[in-house]
Write a protein that binds this ligand. Structure first.
Ligand code: URP
Ligand code: ZN
Ligand code: ZN
Length: 483
């Protein structure tokens, strides 16, 4: 064995137990009461967890209006690793007029040689041409990109319901998971125009301009479209109790519907958007942060299993003219980039407020941090601690207390929306395929140490689904409509 992690408490999504973990050639090769090797990490008093998998973050990505995220694959992966992650899945964003293959090649050039941890991409599909649907999406799937993302809002990114059905059809035929940003764009445009006309342009009006109803309607429609075809769907960044209820109901009924929420919806409220001057811009994301009652309800859904994934939605735009203030210090809420950073604190926030405060179990923490993402996004060698798995491991000190400071995030940002929070439970060592990435608060790995991971078919076991009768030739007078 190349390396043994000794004396820790191993925790998976199923169990916790005292064991040593032996690693050889980047894989876990032994789990036993006592193991030895020339290279030993002492994990006594610590938890030995599967490395976090950050399944929703925006890295080296242009928005549709041209703004570039502050983090590239080097700074983004380093920040993720300091936050206990050994793998991440940012987006490769197709914009209108771009081919899918061209998009993936572009992101390969941005990530290769830069990332310190393993990575893949979710493919954002904004231009579902015939070529994209018939040739390029199946080719992307064969290349290991087994999840696609669509937007129901944002003028330059959104697809209509027919295009959504086309993408879901291709995804279903290939076994891919489609992710959706679900907000009703008509409601948002209607209310935003009225707010601006009346002079209500401060960041706080962002919360008003993206009402709960916009999310609830769009989640309902997205689930309806996916269930019509029996396609698998992940509703990302759910921010409303009613939206979460819709996800829970569909799951109970056996549909392949999955949900994600994010720290901002559990830890921030619309009062943060109402901070003085333009400070509220730091807390602008879509859908917006809501209120304390919403936070309580989303914690209940996290505990009850509605959400399979808990992701940062790290969308780093600095609080300066390169990011939030690109349209000037008086810009209206409509002109301010959406998104906030959080790669490095996703897991400490969930551990400190979830596990330490008894809201979720340690096993649920592991599932939300890593295991469920591995299963749903096609990473069967990651997400657990077992013989044969990649040695992607985070050694976690459950008792260490630190205060969140922007300078400790190791990203390219100039603020953290969680600044000043005291959190207990932090990663101390992160291994990716057996290599030390972070150790004792220091970055060990070189840029480019991570690898692109060709992902496999997502695992939807347990969700039998079923599609609309009108698509069944036995019911629709023999019409072959969708494969
Ligand atoms: O406001 C957010 N979440 N910005 C990032 C892009 C997105 O919608 O996921
Ligand atoms: Zn989104
Ligand atoms: Zn996002």
């Amino acid at each position: 064995m190349d390396l043994v992690i000794k004396g820790g408490t191993v925790a998976t999504a199923a169990d916790s137990f005292r064991a040593d973990v032996g690693i050889s050639d980047g894989r876990i090769v032994a789990i036993a009461e006592s193991l030895d090797a020339s290279d030993v990490i002492d994990a006594s008093g610590k938890l030995v967890l599967p490395g976090g998998i950050e399944a929703h973050c925006h890295i080296a990505q242009e928005s549709a209006t041209g703004g570039m995220t502050a983090d590239d694959y080097r700074s983004g992966s380093i920040s993720a690793a300091f936050g206990g992650n050994s793998c991440f899945i940012p987006f490769a964003a197709q914009h209108r007029g771009m081919g899918v293959t061209e998009t993936l090649d572009l992101y390969d050039s941005r990530a290769t040689g830069q990332s310190v941890i393993d990575w893949s991409y979710h493919l954002i599909v904004a231009d579902p041409t015939e070529k994209a649907l018939n040739e390029e999406l199946p080719a992307a799937f064969a290349r290991g990109i087994t999840s696609f993302k669509v937007f129901m809002t944002y003028d330059l990114m959104k697809i209509d319901d027919g295009q959504f059905l086309d993408i879901l059809t291709v995804a279903r035929a290939n076994g891919a998971l489609t992710m959706v940003h679900a907000e009703n764009s008509g409601i948002i445009r209607w209310i935003s125009d009225r707010l601006v006309k009346a002079g209500h342009t401060a960041p706080r009006y962002h919360a008003v301009s993206h009402p709960a109803a916009a999310e609830i309607e769009a989640i309902n429609r997205a689930i309806t479209l996916a269930r019509f075809l029996d396609a698998a769907l992940m509703i990302v960044h759910v921010s409303t109790p009613e939206g979460a209820d819709l996800v829970a109901k569909a799951r109970l009924e056996g549909a392949k519907i999955f949900g994600e929420t994010c720290p901002q919806y559990l830890f921030l409220t619309r009062n943060d958007l109402d901070r003085p001057g333009m400070e509220g811009a730091k807390f602008m994301c879509s859908p917006p942060v809501r209120d304390a009652a919403t936070q309580d309800a989303l914690w209940r859904h996290l505990q009850g299993g509605t959400f399979s994934v808990f992701s940062s939605d790290h969308a780093p735009y600095r609080f300066d003219e390169t990011g939030k203030l690109a349209n000037g210090p008086q810009a209206s809420f409509k002109q301010i980039a959406n998104g906030m950073p959080g790669l490095a604190v996703r897991l400490p926030l969930l551990f400190s407020e979830g596990v330490r405060k008894g809201r979720i179990t340690l096993q649920q923490f592991v599932a939300l941090a890593s295991t469920n993402a591995a299963r749903l996004y096609g990473l069967p060698r990651k997400g657990s601690i077992a013989v044969g798995m990649d040695a992607d491991i985070t050694i976690w000190d459950p008792d260490e207390t630190r205060t969140v400071r922007v300078e400790d995030q190791h990203d390219a940002m100039d603020y953290s929306p969680f600044e000043g929070r005291e959190l207990t439970g932090w990663p101390v060592t992160v291994l990716s395929r057996g290599r030390r990435i972070i150790d004792g608060g220091r970055l060990i790995a070189e840029s480019g140490a991570g690898r692109f991971v060709a992902r496999e078919r997502p695992d939807f076991t347990g969700y039998p689904g079923g599609r609309a009768a009108e698509l069944d030739p036995a019911f629709n007078f023999g019409a072959e409509i969708a494969p």
